[in-house]
Design a protein around this ligand. Structure first.
Ligand SMILES: [Fe+2]
Length: 267
């Protein structure tokens, strides 16, 4: 599994406050089956000010710490960019993508996507970037009008859902919204958005719930197949087909064939 959204780069934003904490979290992640993590630090000038080279130095340090502690997890660069009119220029100038891909993780005002949201996303699309809206279920405008999510997908924006939202950690309305997104096939990626405040865990709990309530194939898409396409800079389908599992699903994921899933979905 691949966590596409976490704040475990130490002392760079409001996430992990020490290298030790980050190592602790990474140890749990690896034990639970996470093989890759994008360390998506907030990128919001005037709030979290750090030098872009400082991020690279910290990433190298974290990779070293993972090696020293025998934690088998590949750490990838990433930023959660607070969208504004100059975001496209900044992404290009400061290399703010997820890993070496063209994917970019974006956030905006949670009180409601501002009217100029798409106006600011468009320059990114024009430059060939692939925008992902972080924790889409937490935006008031999406909670109030769920079809807004589909509109964003129609505008070539991918949607990421927080594992904690599926568990209800941000309240009931956010929880319901998150479930509608995954059930409708409007969520492309699962992320922990872990800030190192409690032992890493919501990601694993959410995958279990998804497994029980939906099916193992959805879990596979959101936690493995789609994030893997970010690592490889392949195009995740904006619209994908949700395949209903039979009711004997509880153990079927142990025997599922990934290639046949792919054949059915994308051939
Ligand atoms: Fe975040």
């Amino acid at each position: 599994m691949i966590d596409v959204h976490c704040h475990l780069m130490p002392q760079i934003d409001d996430g992990s406050q020490s290298e030790q904490k980050s190592v602790e979290q990474m140890r749990i992640m690896a034990m639970g089956g996470i093989t890759h993590a994008f360390l998506t630090a907030h990128y919001m000038q005037g709030v979290y000010d750090y030098d872009r080279s400082e991020y690279d130095a910290k990433l190298a340090r974290m990779r070293e710490l993972a090696r020293e502690n025998n934690i088998a997890i590949s750490l990838e660069q990433g930023f959660e960019i607070y969208l504004h009119p100059k975001s496209a220029e900044e992404v290009e100038h400061s290399n703010l993508t997820l890993g070496k891909s063209k994917y970019v993780l974006l956030e905006s005002d949670l009180n409601g996507l501002p009217p100029d949201f798409y106006y600011n996303v468009f320059p990114l699309l024009r430059k060939g970037y692939k925008p992902i809206l972080a924790h889409a279920e937490r935006y008031v405008s999406i909670m109030k009008k769920i079809t807004r999510a589909r509109d964003l997908i129609d505008q070539d924006i991918y949607l990421q859902v927080n594992s904690g939202s599926l568990l209800g950690l941000y309240g009931e309305k956010v929880r319901q919204t998150a479930w509608v997104l995954v059930r409708n096939g409007w969520a492309h990626l699962l992320g922990s958005d872990d800030h190192g405040r409690a032992p890493y865990g919501s990601y694993f709990q959410a995958t279990e719930l998804l497994q029980e309530d939906l099916d193992g194939q959805t879990v596979e898409l959101l936690t493995q197949d789609f994030p893997q396409m970010i690592l490889e800079n392949k195009a995740i389908p904006h619209k994908y087909v949700y395949i209903q599992h039979s009711h004997s699903h509880s153990h079927s994921h142990n025997h599922r064939s990934k290639s046949s899933l792919w054949d059915r979905l994308f051939s």
